[in-house]
Write a protein that binds this ligand. Structure first.
Ligand code: MBD
Ligand code: FE
Length: 282
């Protein structure tokens, strides 16, 4: 073979590698992941059983594929996963054991909400719809010690049931913020009463629920994460007594211990809600 030919073949091979994203310098294959292998084979086995039990047709199989493609295209995979499966993941990963019960994170958390200065008020629009709410509580450790300087990270839907950052037209940090508890481990923050959350009807997740004849609502809730250096972090939610969706939450995530009273103040007509958060020591 001529030198020129050899060089051409080498160039062609290099080009092919680049196209196929094959690393040119041979990398050692990563070691197999035994945890993954175990879960994967169980997943396949269970899905095969399901396909055989229900005699899934090729059309149905293709329809399922199309549904997943559409959920991906519309950015709904986190919503779909969290509505269907996150409650089980929360269940296997937490025992309250004297602390506040955990709850699912949901698809609308962002880790970089603004750090607020007292007096605390979640960022809101000048014409924010909904009733004013004073949300308060204390952060304690399971041994009863108030935790000063605990970070309470709060996010919620607005009075239309929409979350900032995930719905167009809402300012970036609307109804999201982090605050620190005072010397007594206490906090209070002004916000608005959130509305029940309805899964968007137009998207694949909403269409799936409609086809199942299932309501697509979550009861109104406030999401909370609590951090303190001496304690394990907590992710939970607070629901409100009397909410019509408490017993038919589409995400099946409501826990009775997380339902708080939403009290209407006689004088102002504003609402108040208080709940304490009890953390486990590290
Ligand atoms: C939500 O707002 C939520 O909190 C969960 C868990 C699932 C879907 C929407
Ligand atoms: Fe939510």
């Amino acid at each position: 073979m001529s030198d020129r030919r050899r060089r051409l073949i080498l160039l062609a091979a290099l080009g092919l590698c680049l196209l196929l994203h094959v690393p040119v310098t041979a990398q050692p294959a990563p070691p197999p992941n035994p945890r993954l292998a175990e879960v994967y084979s169980d997943l396949l086995e269970n899905l095969e059983t399901l396909i055989k039990k229900h005699r899934i047709t090729f059309e149905e199989y293709r329809q399922a594929t199309g549904f997943l493609v559409e959920a991906g295209k519309q950015g709904e995979i986190p919503l779909l996963m969290d509505v269907l499966l996150s409650v089980a993941v929360d269940d296997v990963n937490y025992s309250a054991d004297g602390g506040t019960e955990s709850n699912v994170e949901g698809p609308f958390y962002v880790p970089d909400a603004p750090m607020l200065e007292p007096p605390f008020e979640l960022p809101r629009r000048a014409d924010e719809p909904g009733d004013d709410l004073l949300f308060s509580g204390s952060v304690l450790s399971v041994d009863g010690k108030p935790l000063s300087g605990a970070v309470v990270d709060i996010w919620q839907a607005d009075a239309d049931g929409k979350y900032s950052r995930f719905f167009a037209g809402i300012p970036s940090n609307n109804l999201r913020g982090r605050l620190k508890t005072d010397a007594k481990g206490h906090f209070e923050v002004h916000t608005v009463v959130p509305a029940s959350y309805e899964i968007p009807k137009a998207g694949p997740t909403g269409q799936l629920l409609a086809a199942l004849g299932k309501p697509a609502f979550r009861p109104a809730h406030i999401h909370v994460k609590v951090f303190h250096p001496e304690c394990l972090p907590l992710t939970t939610q607070i629901y409100f007594e009397g909410d019509p969706w408490l017993s038919s939450d589409v995400a099946r995530a409501v826990k009775p211990s997380l339902i708080a009273k939403l009290e209407k103040q006689k004088k102002s007509g504003d609402y108040a809600c208080s709940h304490d958060f009890v953390l486990h020591r590290r």
